[in-house]
Ligand binder design. Structure first.
Ligand code: NAD
Length: 494
């Protein structure tokens, strides 16, 4: 059983207030754990520990190869405990255990990738105007990092932050979502087992407006990295101005999946489903906005509907289950609200639009796969992130028209399209204003490739080499080898 405590300065401690929170299983709302609920004071203690570890313990000066060794070890420990972690993640989020296993494999790879990168950047010698000088550009760790993660991919999102920060030589205070903290706690235990020094890794549980807000405001934090909704991201950006801390934001998305007439029809249907229904659509890059060219529109809708009717909704621990519940009662109410909005806006409900009838699921936060057709660009159901098992279909005629419409959004996280025309692949890939564009695929992530959003989908990038650089400051060191007198001040220049 994992500890439900806070991890501060190498110690597992209760919250100072003594407050606790019950963690619920979204499958049936049963209590699966009781954990400490931290507040601003606990957060300040963690920041102080991280500050001391950065300024005094020598962690930033540790040879990069030693940091890499610890990260490789952590990756191995996660692999050792993969099954336990996967089951814990499914208990906490409701997603299928198979999906959680894929997440854990990714997470092992993330720690190993950043371990491998840790000692690769030795800086750069650059040209300087004085021949008797050397100019060097090096990267140094940015300092104490506050890291705030969401509930949809709790450990995956946490690992995107923890691994590069530790590889760079930063110290961290991690705050998982208060409703899904279990796997982050378990990995904090594994970080302790791997041997990270006290104060380098700290984990504080608690509500966003307490723990998250303190991390965002506190002047001893040098960088705040956040994944979550746009509104929270904006609050954090404002809160970070006190010491002009660096801000990295991975926010929401409303991601178009465009199907041209010449697409490989059957594969495009597969991926229209894969793009949305994993984790019940609670994916920042869900291709919930499907845009279909008019020549295949009716056939596509029919094929999609036929497949959606067969999606098995149920307990993530049941092997037959293809889609689990939503995360919480509150989120279920939000999704239901959007379905009503869509109906009122004139979208045509073709399938779903309600909770399952199955009595075995009635205590959980389940919602049926839902399909709307006859959707228009200006509808809220098309423009806003719903984060549920809902596909909206828009019909389009021309390439020019669909690009204009797809780009007409405040979001810019990801987009995909399907065509067999190589010239169109070139054109459309460049015309879409999104941080990731998939041609003939959807929702492909890997640790080597940068991830992040255009427009209001975020600031900065995670993963890839750039994901490590985000945790560094750039320093120029200029060394003069032959300083000459330069009499200017206080001498007679006549
Ligand atoms: P959220 O914004 O409600 O919460 C995210 C985190 O922020 C939680 O840990 C929460 O406690 C904390 N928080 C809340 N209020 C805060 C405040 N005032 N100050 C500081 N922290 C605060 O988001 P969520 O509902 O947990 O997650 C869903 C959202 O995350 C969706 O919008 C989704 O698109 C986004 N997301 C984006 C990506 C990406 O890669 N871009 C990945 C996953 C999720």
């Amino acid at each position: 059983m994992i500890s439900g405590k806070l991890y501060i300065n190498g110690q597992w401690v209760d919250s100072r207030s003594g407050n606790e929170r019950k963690i619920l299983n979204p499958f049936d709302a049963s209590v699966i754990a009781t954990v400490a609920e931290g507040d601003r004071e606990d957060t300040r203690a963690a920041i102080t520990a991280a500050r001391r570890a950065f300024d005094e313990s020598g962690w930033p000066q540790t040879p990069a190869s030693e940091r890499a060794r610890l990260l490789f070890k952590l990756g191995d420990l996660i692999e050792r405990d993969r099954e336990e972690l996967a089951r814990l993640e499914s208990l906490d989020t409701g997603k299928t255990v198979e999906e959680s296993r894929w997440d854990m494999e990714d997470i092992e790879g993330i720690f190993r990738y950043f371990a491998g990168l840790a000692d690769k950047d030795g800086g750069e010698i650059i040209a300087s105007p004085n021949p008797d000088s050397t100019s060097m550009v090096i990267r140094e760790p940015v300092g104490v990092c506050g890291q705030i993660s969401p509930w949809n991919y709790p450990l995956l999102q946490a690992s995107w932050k923890m691994a590069p920060a530790l590889a760079a030589g930063c110290t961290i205070v991690m705050k998982p979502s208060e409703i899904t903290p279990l796997t982050t706690l378990k990995v904090t235990e594994l970080a302790e087992e791997a041997g990270f020094p006290a104060g380098v890794v700290n984990t504080v549980l608690g509500p966003g407006p307490e723990v998250g807000a303190e991390l965002s405001e506190n002047n001893d934090v040098d960088l705040i990295s956040f994944t979550g909704g746009i509104a929270t991201g904006k609050t954090i950006m404002r809160a970070a101005t006190g010491n002009v801390k660096k801000v990295a934001l991975e926010l929401g998305g409303k991601n178009p999946n465009i199907i041209f007439d010449d697409a490989d029809f059957d594969v495009a249907v597969d991926y229209a489903l894969n793009g949305v229904f994993f984790h019940a659509g609670q994916i920042c890059s869900a291709g919930a906005r499907v845009m279909v060219q008019k020549g295949i529109h009716d056939r596509f809708v029919e094929a999609l509907q036929g497949r959606m009717e067969k999606i098995v909704v149920g307990n993530g621990f049941d092997k037959k289950t293809q889609m689990g519940p939503l995360i919480s009662a509150e989120h279920l109410a939000k999704v239901e609200g959007y379905v009503n909005i869509a109906k009122n806006e004139g979208a045509k409900l073709v399938l779903g639009g309600k909770r399952p009838d199955d009595a075995a699921l009635e205590n959980g936060y389940f919602y049926r796969p839902t399909l709307f057709t006859e959707c228009e660009n200006n509808m809220r159901i098309v423009q806003e992130e719903v984060f549920g098992p809902i596909i909206t279909i828009e019909k389009f005629s021309t390439e020019e028209e669909v690009i204009k419409r797809a780009n007409d959004t405040i979001y810019g996280l990801s987009a995909g399209f399907w065509t067999r025309d190589p010239d169109r692949i070139e054109r459309v890939s460049k015309a879409l204003r999104f941080g990731t564009v998939w041609a003939n695929d959807f929702n492909v992530y890997f640790v080597q490739a940068p991830w992040g959003g255009y427009k209001q989908s975020g600031l900065g990038r995670e993963l890839g080499k750039i994901g490590l650089e985000e945790y560094t400051e750039v320093k120029h060191i200029y060394r003069n080898h032959a300083t000459q007198p330069f009499n200017w001040f206080g001498v007679d220049n006549e």
